[in-house]
Design a protein around this ligand. Structure first.
Ligand SMILES: [Mg+2]
Length: 223
């Protein structure tokens, strides 16, 4: 109920033009990413450098942590394939296409909201990643923005402002939903976007977080 109160705005339904979605952890599970970062890359690293898998995993994880998620390289599979000398990332990623999984309510949510709003993607993943993650659902979106590939940035307030400009809408005419408290909630909310934090497993103590996308549809209907 708190969520309803906080998100409540007069005439919201007539103002909202665009629903913007994060991708990983929001529309698509982390299965594909997990397979890239914690299976394929360590396996190839072990083979390339003649190490046991455990050892390779440790080295790879240390390297990931040394970069961290505030730097663009963190998100860039091609960077890691080059850094570790693992061959061509594109071909390796294609092999893992069957590991892409959508959340149970994803298709229905897009179909439902697509009837009333323009749907857009605002992702921190590079386009070479989105190509795989969005393959079966991309027809739902009128635009796809990748902060890394399009703006050379993580998802900052400025990234969201640029999206507003390109979509020719005001921040208050957008609803954005995503699972990262900083990149999907704090940053977009700071410029006036109606941001919804999605916490599927209830890991954060955010009292206004949504547990799934269906809850967002319910909230939007009330306005
Ligand atoms: Mg995410």
């Amino acid at each position: 109920m708190l969520a309803v109160k906080l998100y409540s705005k007069k005439n919201m339904s007539t103002q909202i033009k665009v629903i913007s979605f994060d991708v990983e952890g929001t529309l698509v599970t982390t299965d594909f990413s997990y397979a890239i970062w914690f299976e394929m890359i360590p396996q190839r690293y072990a083979k390339r450098h003649g190490l046991e898998l455990d050892e390779a995993m440790l080295k790879v994880k240390q390297a990931y942590e040394s970069v961290g998620d505030q730097r663009l390289e963190w998100y860039d599979v091609k960077y890691w394939f080059t850094r570790f000398d693992l061959g061509r990332a594109n071909i390796a990623m294609e092999e893992l296409q069957n590991r892409v999984r959508y959340y149970p309510e994803t298709a229905k949510t897009l179909e439902n909201l697509g009837r009333q709003y323009r749907l857009s993607v605002a992702s921190g993943s590079p386009r070479h990643f989105l190509k795989h993650l969005l393959r079966d659902i991309k027809h739902n979106f009128s635009s796809v923005f990748s902060s890394v590939s399009d703006f050379n940035n993580v998802k900052t307030a400025d990234f969201y402002l640029q999206i507003c400009q390109q979509l020719e809408v005001r921040p208050e005419q957008i609803v954005h939903v995503g699972d990262n408290l900083q990149f999907d909630f704090t940053e977009p909310a700071s410029i006036g976007i109606n941001a919804f934090h999605l916490d599927r497993e209830g890991k954060t103590n955010n009292p206004i977080a949504l547990r799934n996308l269906t809850q967002m549809i319910d909230l939007l209907r009330r306005y």
